[in-house]
Write a protein that binds this ligand. Sequence first.
Ligand SMILES: Nc1ncnc2c1ncn2[C@@H]1O[C@H](COP(=O)(O)OP(=O)(O)OP(=O)(O)O)[C@@H](O)[C@H]1O
Ligand SMILES: [Mg+2]
Length: 475
Amino acid sequence: MSDQDNKNENEVEKVEDTQVEVEDTKKDDDEYEKVCFICRRPESVAGKMIELPNNICVCSDCMQKSFDAMSNGQIDYSQLMNMPGVQILNMADMEQNIPKQQKIKKKKEGEEKKPLINIKDIPAPHKIKAKLDDYVVGQEYAKKAMSVAVYNHYKRVATDTMDDIEIEKSNMLMIGPTGSGKTYLVKTLARLLDVPLAITDATSLTEAGYIGDDIESVVSKLLAAAENDIEKAEQGIIFIDEIDKIAKKKNSSQRDVSGESVQQGMLKLLEGSDVEVPVGANSKNAMVPLTTVNTKNILFICGGAFPDLEGIIKERLTKQSSIGFGADLKDKYDHDKTILEKVTTEDLRNFGMIPEFLGRLPIVFTLQGMNEHMLIKILKEPKNAILKQYQKLLALDEVNLLFDDGALEAIAKKAMKKDTGARALRAIIEEFMLDIMYEIPKDDSIGQVTITREYIEGTGGPLIMLRGQDVARIQ
Ligand SMILES: Nc1ncnc2c1ncn2[C@@H]1O[C@H](COP(=O)(O)OP(=O)(O)OP(=O)(O)O)[C@@H](O)[C@H]1O
Ligand SMILES: [Mg+2]
């Protein structure tokens, strides 16, 4: 075959490829609603679209307005083209202007509306919790509360509305010190569930109109997680992390656009109402299509570390107990590890959360701070425990990695000192594993490495066993 033939054949293949692609996008497009090119309203809102070449649609309102503008205007359009610098618009360039992520899925007509979830398929709370147990150590109460809430959420969604008895949703507020597993718990839950779940951060939110994300953007994220299918999104779960960062600022004379105003803006969402959300963007502007989502069936979980909340609780408790005969010592609560569990809405209000906001989060629970025992368990027990990860890495080099009990204790002790909960573990382990991961592959004869307490504390080396069973120590 000559070179020329070869070339031609390649070109034919290329053309075929692009044809397939075009067909694919057409098929995809059928699932999405048409959006007006000018005002960005979807067909379900603006009415039947007028189709122009190159997949561009314009709603009849905008079309009419354009004609009006042209016929009333003083501009002679025939002269316009002859002016320097004016180019004829290339319609093909405009085609790509509305990305798919900004389009809404069509409501399927004719198809019988069947619930997305079958009641019989809903995993019972103890099954959800058992799955969480595989990954999350301790935090029994939090796991239980979440399993039940999610189970009820599923049920409410599956039954839709039950005649007169409507099951109300139970939004949750999760309080726990840093590194106690708040975000991790929700992320693990997300993996186990089938409903769309969006995790967002309250820190970037501001009142609409200010620099930052609009409050409605939390629903936009859920819509994206549900692949722009509104019905699916309306049954999802939204986790708002770092909720304590939108506490009311104390003694501030300026307008509090990222604190109290955000809490107020969120009231409507939490309670359940129709909200206009930007599709595929974080804030409303002229170039983004909007759609209406009802948040009545969306479960909200809020989580935050609430630093200094302990101080507020302590203050309240000591005040209470320093009156009358039963007066306690002032420092009675200083070493109380369970102080956070005694939280009341009054304390949260003192922290800076507004009462209306708290009222819409009826379930409040706390996570425990980490203790040494829990840290040791986190090191070795979860399905994807850090130690298991390193063992797997070294197993690929056919090296057996062991940790003796003393070593685990020493790591946990070091981590406790850092006061960042389970977060500290990773940093500590990375530090001493660096040398191991660097040195071991150098020597083919090493068969087993045991990390010892001395190695962690810096007074000795790890125990090395060669493939021939000799014990040696690296200094
Ligand atoms: N109970 C737990 N069981 C297993 N691993 C945990 C647990 N708690 C924390 N971890 C580990 O610690 C890491 C950090 O935890 P996480 O991100 O959930 O902290 P957080 O409570 O959200 O803290 P922050 O308030 O700082 O955001 C997780 O990625 C996880 O690996
Ligand atoms: Mg977190």
